[in-house]
Design a protein around this ligand. Structure first.
Ligand SMILES: [Zn+2]
Length: 126
């Protein structure tokens, strides 16, 4: 039971200890990663366009397909980018770690798994 209390006590450290710095660093690192991937993705799309001009119809369909996949990946990155920026602004406003829907604390393990999580587990499950 004492261990259990310790765990719950530890939960507050997410907001008040030196953890926020760690979380901010993780969020910023992920933002940078996304920007790098986006740059690489752009290069990939350039290659696809060259292929399209050079080769026949079947390869053209392949190229269009990988272009569509690259575009979908790019959209996913844009979505994650927005989530991370929103989490950073919640950190600035001291609202980080609370569900944006119901206002309950988000479990530390959930934030550890996804530092940009905006919803508690029950709201996320709908
Ligand atoms: Zn909630």
């Amino acid at each position: 039971m004492a261990n259990c209390n310790g765990k719950w006590g530890g939960k507050r450290i997410v907001m008040e200890g030196d953890r926020p710095q760690g979380i901010r660093a993780r969020l910023l690192a992920r933002l940078e990663e996304l920007a790098n991937e986006e740059r690489l993705g752009r290069d990939g799309r350039k290659v696809v366009q060259l292929d399209q001009q050079a080769v026949g119809r079947l390869s053209r369909m392949d190229a269009l397909q990988s272009q569509a996949m690259a575009q979908a990946a790019s959209r996913n990155r844009a979505t994650e980018d927005r989530r991370i920026r929103a989490a950073l602004s919640r950190l600035d406003e001291g609202e980080y770690g609370y569900c944006t829907d119901c206002g309950e604390e988000i479990a530390a393990a959930r934030l550890d798994h996804d530092p940009a999580a905006a919803l508690c587990i029950s709201c996320a499950r709908g």
